[in-house]
Design a protein around this ligand. Sequence first.
Ligand code: SF4
Length: 78
Amino acid sequence: TYVIAQPCVDVMDRSCIEECPVDCIYEGGRMLYIQPDECVDCGACEPVCPVEAIYYEDDLPQQWSDYTRVNAEFFTGL
Ligand code: SF4
């Protein structure tokens, strides 16, 4: 799955939402989140993010490795 990381916080540009073919990017209070069970790994969202907040989960920079869990937990309510 693709993951949205810290650079999105308080930015929420939303360009990715327009690109996503399966509409699996959702708005939270301070950032956007990718629903991991709906993401089809197409990669369309990654290059349109103006703050480079989106990464394939295996390519997340170390300091944002928590964001795989952060994105998933937004949808489970944990
Ligand atoms: Fe949507 Fe594709 Fe990005 Fe997944 S990788 S969130 S399916 S645009």
